[in-house]
Design a protein around this ligand. Structure first.
Ligand SMILES: [Zn+2]
Length: 310
């Protein structure tokens, strides 16, 4: 599929409302811009909401370009890695169990929900992809609504925990979604948001530096599916604008599965560069950096726990 053919719309900065973008780079015909006013990095020209929905409904979970190429196959193949991630998540949300009612917005095929159900959570899911949600319903027998959150008709003050994992960066109207989540959470309910730290993360800054490129100009993941490229500051501003107060932060590391599926090539470039790549990607230097980064809160995954307080 040719992603540059999508019908598109020009947008102002969704965070501060100003139209003062500095174009950082153009990726697959999509301009990546930084708002000069508030610093949000976003696609200043982006696919229409209807076009992206169409993409999620058909190819996203099989596309290696922008999506999760062969997601079900990879889940089974790298089950150990997934299980470790799921165990960690289960442990992390345990303090907020309440009545145990949990919703995952953007639950894909429902693998995490299936795992949580085994730990006595009463789970529901929501997913825009008919393909993925059908799998969750038919294969895993989960209660998954296919469609948008505002159409699901969940009760007020119902859920103890809502998970929004790797979703916020995809949403055309993120603040409406956050406020709707606020409505369906109990007063003590907790929203868990996870999204990648992109373009201003140290690893990407280092990559740009080593490639003699300007900062923030390397190709980010999942263009044009990602509409925003968060930093800790801009994610915090999103939480606040959506009506949430962050009370806990965690740092995660993306890429452990991808590194298995598609290892970074190390045999390109001049001799010294090959050696550097070999050391970094193959001899464990990257792993060491990642572990250290996570400890000091500089991993490339941003995880935030918030309570609704509009
Ligand atoms: Zn702005």
């Amino acid at each position: 599929m040719n992603w540059s053919d999508f019908p598109r719309e020009h947008v102002k900065c969704i965070l501060c409302g100003q139209n003062n973008p500095e174009i950082l780079s153009v990726q697959k015909s999509w301009p990546v811009a930084r708002c000069r006013n508030c610093g949000l990095i976003y696609l200043s020209s982006r696919p229409l909401e209807s076009a992206l929905e169409e993409m999620y409904s058909r190819e996203y979970y099989n596309s290696a370009d922008v999506g999760y190429g062969g997601y079900v196959d990879n889940f089974h193949k790298y089950n150990d890695i997934f299980t470790n991630l799921f165990n960690k998540r289960t442990h992390d949300i345990e303090p907020y169990r309440g009545q145990g009612k949990l919703l995952e917005v953007g639950c894909a095929h429902g693998f995490l929900l299936d795992h949580l159900r085994k730990h006595q959570w009463k789970v529901k899911g929501l997913e825009v992809s008919p393909l993925a949600s059908k799998y969750a319903v038919d294969q895993l027998k989960l209660d998954v609504f296919c469609g948008k959150l505002e159409d699901a008709g969940y009760e007020d003050n119902f859920f103890d925990v809502v998970l929004l994992l790797d979703v916020l960066e995809h949403l055309h109207r993120p603040f409406e979604t956050l406020r709707e989540i606020g409505r369906i959470l109990t007063p003590q309910g907790v929203l868990v948001v996870q999204c990648p730290w992109e373009l201003t993360h140290w690893e990407e800054k280092a990559e740009a530096f080593l490639k003699k490129m300007k900062p923030c100009t390397i190709t980010p993941d999942a263009i044009p599916a990602h509409l925003y490229f968060f930093s800790p500051d801009t994610l915090e501003a999103f939480m606040i604008k959506g009506g949430f107060i962050t009370f806990k932060k965690q740092s995660g590391n993306y890429g452990s599965i991808r590194r298995h599926i598609k290892p970074v090539p190390v045999d390109a470039g001049p001799f010294y560069e090959r050696w550097a790549r070999f050391l970094y990607f193959r001899m464990g230097l990257q792993q060491l950096f990642y572990r250290s980064a996570r400890i000091v809160g500089k991993g490339n995954g941003l995880i935030r726990y918030g309570r609704f307080n509009p």
